[in-house]
Design a binder for this molecule. Structure first.
Ligand code: FEO
Ligand code: CA
Ligand code: CA
Length: 644
């Protein structure tokens, strides 16, 4: 999502690709967006997709009545719009599974937003979730019992701390922040592992699970791969350069075939403060947008102060691998996969057995990457795969105007990636991934968010969420609109079905926005209804039939006349480019990354809830277990901000 980190970056023109400067209009827009979007606590919603006969009949009638229902998606389309509660297509249920402050670890205290502590938050669910991943429980029902992993991306002090208000404004300068409050913020970052089970038609968190885990900004992690142990990774607290405390601003991620969770550090730059005029890596810091004024952690923790620990920023911006089945597992930061503002890390086992992970760097004019492992996935021995992501080749994408693309290797010693350009080793290449990609001539994209593989077809889908700063004269084939307010989706086809291939074909699947407004230049198929189009694609899910589902971030009544939500998007046959609306979030909330259970019966997702929802600060009621036969879903008991 366009979160506080990115917004702050825009205001300061940091962390974006060289030569791009914001206009005052961009800055005003960014400030407005922050107020509009960054409100509220978060919840994870599980959707029970059991369809009743009544719903099927309704869907059948709707199919006969609308051209859009010729779609391979057989649900009755949801009207697009803006409501204070969520809504889901007829015949489907939407229930809250877990919310900010709910217990994760055994013995977690009851949520009390009026007296929150770091110790409590370290045992409780966080918020600002962007990603869920589901791991079926071995030996149990694959689609009825498993582990859910969820990120906790960032925090908003104006939502967490009653009466404190927003602290980042220059006039405030974090004057209300204390070490105690910063420590609560740090405890609310990271992620959670929870055990969930479906019974009587509803999902529940298994209390006191032996798998339950909270990962925070203080959890010890091991650096692995080419940058581990390098001089640029060493700090006073870690003279070996091999161990780092915590992960921050983790956004989307991925699930590996060997059953681990990849969670991706995105806007890590916003946690570092201090002057850079005498910093030995000032240019590198600037390319990543360090320092920032979003948080004040450096006032109380030296490692976030650049003047005291100049190398600490190099230890963030990585993909983190976690074994959710082992709560004692030390998370690994896989430096071979590159350092940038990672959105996600979805992969595929290649035809030759190597694992290929696709990644987006979510910044205006930044790049699309893939990582190809050197070794092959061992399907017989799970543990044998645990170091697979430490060796391989990182590539960045260049999109040609002819619909062909090329993956450019970020390999030390090749092309411009030599000592003459400041790359003395592969460690330098991965620590400064962005600069290496700049020198290789990668294509500057419109904010790459999720990139996912369709395992049925081998095609790869890339969400470019928007880029209002692209000038008309900067438009190119892969980013075809100047002032791209609504984003687009690119489909990539690896040559020969080989994800490790250097060449690929590509096409713009759909340019987003209102197709009825010619100036927008949207390109949904004509079968798409007035409810079916969307703007700002962000995250994807692919179901077991290989169908694509799109989650959005940034729709609103003012921008698109609709809230964010989930749309089902046809990718094959005569319906290609046809989209149908399935779910919408409450006003002011963001729809984040969905994930299907193996049987497609449940689609779970994280979702932000607007702050103006009301809730007494008492323990939450249990989620509904009732399977609703048909009709619009009722509002869930959302957990709002402590004070709104
Ligand atoms: Fe955290 Fe790119 O969204
Ligand atoms: Ca996003
Ligand atoms: Ca996202």
């Amino acid at each position: 999502m366009l979160n506080r980190s990115q917004i702050a970056e825009e205001a300061e023109n940091t962390g974006s690709s060289p030569s791009i400067n914001p206009t005052m209009g961009d800055i005003i827009s960014a400030r407005y967006d922050r107020r509009e979007w960054l409100r509220g606590a978060l919840a994870v919603t599980a959707i029970s997709a059991a369809v009743s006969p009544m719903a099927l009949a309704a869907a059948s009638r709707a199919a006969a009545q609308t051209a859009a229902a010729k779609s391979s998606f057989d649900f009755a389309e949801l009207p697009a719009g803006s409501t204070e509660t969520h809504a889901v297509a007829e015949g489907y249920d939407a229930n809250i599974l877990i919310r900010w402050g709910d217990p994760v670890l055994p013995g977690a205290p009851a949520f009390d937003p009026m007296a929150q502590t770091a110790a409590a938050q370290k045992m409780q669910f966080g918020y600002n979730n962007d990603y869920v991943g589901y791991f079926p429980m071995p030996g149990s029902g694959a689609s009825t019992h498993g582990l859910l992993v969820v990120n906790h991306e960032y925090t908003n002090e104006e939502l967490m701390f009653p009466g404190l208000g927003e602290q980042g404004a220059k006039s405030v300068n974090f004057s209300g922040m204390t070490r105690e409050l910063v420590d609560i913020e740090m405890a609310a970052h990271g992620g959670s592992v929870i055990e969930i089970r479906k019974a009587d038609g509803g999902w529940r968190v298994v209390p006191d699970s032996k798998y339950a885990r909270r990962i925070t900004a203080d959890t010890p992690m091991r650096l692995t791969g080419p940058a581990a142990g390098h001089a640029r990774m060493k700090t006073g607290a870690d003279p070996q350069g091999e161990t780092v405390l915590g992960m921050i601003n983790n956004c989307a991620g991925g699930v590996t075939p060997w059953g681990t969770w990849l969670t991706c550090e995105e806007n890590f730059n916003n946690y570092f403060t201090g002057a850079t005029d005498k910093h030995p890596e000032a240019a590198s810091l600037k390319r990543y947008g360090v320092p920032s004024t979003s948080y004040i952690w450096g006032r109380f923790h030296d490692r976030f102060d650049l003047t005291k620990e100049p190398n600490e920023p190099n230890r963030f911006g990585w993909v983190v691998e976690i074994d959710p089945f082992d709560p004692t597992f030390t998370p690994r930061k896989r430096t071979a996969m590159g350092r940038f503002k990672h959105e996600g890390a979805a992969g595929a086992v290649n035809v030759d057995g190597r694992y290929v992970v696709y990644q987006g760097d979510d910044e205006r004019f930044d790049y699309v990457y893939k990582f190809v492992t050197e070794g092959r996935v061992d399907t017989a021995r799970r543990q044998a795969n645990f170091d697979l992501l430490d060796s391989g080749v990182l590539y960045v994408a260049r999109y040609g105007a002819d619909g062909r693309g090329q993956w450019l290797a970020l390999r030390h010693g090749e092309g411009p990636l030599t000592a003459a350009n400041g790359f003395a080793s592969q460690a330098d290449v991965v620590i400064e991934t962005r600069r290496a990609a700049d020198l290789l001539g990668a294509t500057r994209m419109d904010r790459p968010e999720d990139i996912d593989v369709n395992p049925k077809t081998g095609k790869v889908y890339l969400a470019l969420t928007n880029n209002s700063r692209r000038k008309a004269e900067e438009a190119d084939a892969a980013n075809p609109r100047g002032a791209n307010l609504f984003g687009h989706i690119i489909e990539m086809t690896p040559d020969g079905g080989d994800h490790a291939a250097i060449g690929f074909g590509w096409d713009v699947l759909v340019k987003c926005g209102d197709p009825s407004v010619a100036a927008v230049g949207a390109s949904f198929s004509p079968q798409t209804s007035k409810d079916g189009w969307f703007g700002m694609p962000d995250n994807f899910a692919v179901d077991s039939r290989g169908r694509l589902w799109v989650a959005t971030d940034g729709n609103s009544p003012a921008r698109t006349g609709r809230n964010d939500g989930v749309w089902a998007l046809e990718t094959e046959g005569p319906q290609r480019g046809t989209s149908k609306h399935f779910f919408r979030v409450p006003s002011g909330a963001e729809m984040c990354g969905p994930y299907f259970t193996p049987d497609d019966e449940t689609l779970s997702w994280p979702c932000s809830i607007p702050a103006k929802a009301t809730r007494s600060p008492t323990p939450s009621p249990p989620p509904s277990r009732t399977r609703r036969p048909a009709g619009p879903t009722s509002s869930p008991a959302c957990r709002p901000a402590p004070r709104c």
